[in-house]
Design a protein around this ligand. Structure first.
Ligand code: BG6
Ligand code: MG
Length: 219
């Protein structure tokens, strides 16, 4: 394997909490009375909760006070946390599980690099709380993606230099964060649209082609 470690984004890569983020923000946007759709939601990928609200408010002609912003971000998180209760180990596909197992069998270290403060709760919910060698998330960073902090922390936790790490991301902000961390990146889902990453994955298991040194998922 070309890389000693792979750092995975969580939401939209390992499991599909992105739909729950959308539903929770949609309810908040409706309450505020501001337009919100899936396209705007794509801009929230990888971005912190508070910055997500600011992006949603770009379409709002009025102004919210700091207290109102705190109220809405907390309410969004409450709605999101209740939706997360629906998650179970069945939310991790067989493809994702088998790919992770094969990478691990090749001796690659595996970590999570997520902007979310709910990452550990989600990992528990999907039965992967003890699976990764390191978890770097919204609780150990001061800057969210596209700042490289979350990935640099993950590489420190693993004890692997950034140039030996590969990041897997579904967010444009996440691909930018990986590049800023001096790490190679494999884009999946929405992030493939921007052609910024070294690899574009059609499916999660394409990671095994990278690990076998077959460049067929390079762009
Ligand atoms: C990222 C999501 O993983 O976490 C973003 O892609 C989200 O959409 C961010 O805003 C923060 O999540 P949380 O769980 O701390 O509100
Ligand atoms: Mg994501």
């Amino acid at each position: 394997m070309k890389y000693q470690a792979i750092i995975f984004d969580l939401d939209g890569v390992i499991c599909h909490t992105d739909q729950y983020h959308y539903l929770a923000w949609k309810q908040i946007a409706d309450e505020i009375g501001v337009y919100f759709d899936e396209q705007i939601n794509n801009r929230l990928r990888g971005v912190s909760r508070r910055e997500s609200l600011e992006i949603i408010l770009e379409a709002y002609p009025g102004r919210l006070t700091e207290d109102e912003k705190t109220y809405y971000t907390e309410k969004k998180n409450g709605l999101y946390r209740s939706l997360l209760q629906n998650m179970s180990p069945a939310d991790v596909t067989a493809e994702v599980r088998e790919t992770l197992d094969q990478l691990r069998a090749q001796g690659v270290l595996l970590a999570i690099g997520s902007s979310s403060k709910n990452a550990k709760a989600i990992l528990k919910q999907i039965g992967l709380e003890d699976y990764f060698d390191a978890v770097s998330d919204g609780t150990n960073i001061t800057q969210s993606k596209p700042d490289p902090e979350v990935f640099l922390k993950a590489s420190q936790f693993l004890g692997v230099d950034p140039q030996h790490c590969l990041v897997v991301e579904d967010a444009r902000s996440g691909v930018e964060a990986a590049l800023a961390a001096n790490m190679d990146c494999a884009a999946i889902g929405d992030a493939t649209k921007y052609n910024l990453a070294r690899y574009n994955l059609q499916r999660f298991s394409d990671l095994l082609q990278i690990s076998h040194g077959d460049g067929s998922c390079g762009r």
